[in-house]
Design a binder for this molecule. Structure first.
Ligand SMILES: NC(=O)c1ccc[n+]([C@@H]2O[C@H](COP(=O)([O-])OP(=O)(O)OC[C@H]3O[C@@H](n4cnc5c(N)ncnc54)[C@H](O)[C@@H]3O)[C@@H](O)[C@H]2O)c1
Length: 248
């Protein structure tokens, strides 16, 4: 299961997992990718791309801030694909550059609702299912380097991503005994519909040691590694995928 699977990083993660043989529930508010004509694979939906490549995928319309929607997603995975082994909590929003003086309470509330409560609800539904199914599973939460270091002008977003990192570590401790691993990927600056308004205008990009911005495939392959059995003894980790930004 991948949330926010219609665009950007979630789309790449869903396709990467499908290429590696997973049946994918692709969950999003909309089936089609976000506007802007910059998605890898063009305007086709993620599930259509996966099926065209011979993979197995179902789209489920869902809002990660809704507990009933998250439970319905897990039921769809169990019903249509036979179970839930991997959950990638990826859906997220960013309202753009704001100081805390400029940021509105409504922007704070919606950022926390999608980026933090959405991950909490996704973990809750997935872990409940995995424990009842006898244990075993891998959860990958897409955080951000904004939850690890101070980035300029993103107060609510940074708070939400710091929360995701704390939640990831806590759940890893509680559910290791169920053989459920919980890890986070913390991407740096990656070219997607979300980050597009900041491209070319964010001086932080010049501080990335590696000489390019991130691509969605960079994050997808890290998520797929943490989802796979190759990372069996890794839990509670935060894997930065940032071209060295936080190594400075
Ligand atoms: N792009 C970056 O530079 C970057 C950096 C660090 C972390 N991230 C994180 O990666 C994740 C994916 O970001 P992206 O850049 O691919 O964004 P994106 O905007 O390109 O894609 C996000 C997808 O999530 C979906 N979504 C939004 N709210 C939702 C909701 N309530 N319920 C279900 N789906 C919802 C959108 O419809 C969209 O398809 C986010 O959590 C983001 O914070 C992105």
């Amino acid at each position: 299961m991948v949330t926010g699977a219609s665009s950007g990083i979630g789309r790449a993660a869903a396709r990467c997992l499908a290429e590696q043989g997973a049946g994918v529930v692709a969950a999003d508010l909309h089936r089609q990718p976000r506007d802007g004509d910059h998605e890898v694979g063009g305007p086709a939906s993620t599930v259509d791309l996966i099926r065209a490549a011979g993979g197995k995928a179902v789209f489920v319309e869902a809002d990660v801030t809704s507990a009933p929607d998250m439970r319905r997603l897990v039921e769809a995975a169990a019903g249509e694909l036979g179970g839930l082994d991997i959950m990638v909590n990826n859906a997220g929003i960013w309202h753009g550059r704001r100081t805390i003086i400029e940021e509105t309470e409504a922007e704070f509330d919606s950022t926390i609702a999608v980026n933090l409560k959405g991950v909490w609800l996704g973990c809750k539904a997935a872990i409940d299912h995995m424990v009842r199914a006898g244990g075993g599973g891998s959860i990958v939460n897409i955080a951000s380097i904004a939850g690890m270091v101070g980035l300029v002008t993103e107060p609510a977003y940074s708070a939400s991503k710091g929360g995701v990192i704390g939640l990831t570590r806590q759940l890893a401790v509680d559910h290791a005994r169920h053989r459920i691993r919980v890890n986070a990927v913390a991407p740096g600056f990656v070219e997607t519909a979300m980050s597009r308004p900041a491209m070319g205008v964010n001086p932080e990009h010049d501080l990335i040691p590696w000489p390019r911005l991130g691509a969605v495939s960079d994050v997808a392959s890290a998520a797929a590694f943490l989802a796979s059995d190759e990372s069996e003894w890794i839990t509670g980790a935060v894997l930065t995928v940032d071209g060295g930004y936080t190594a400075r």
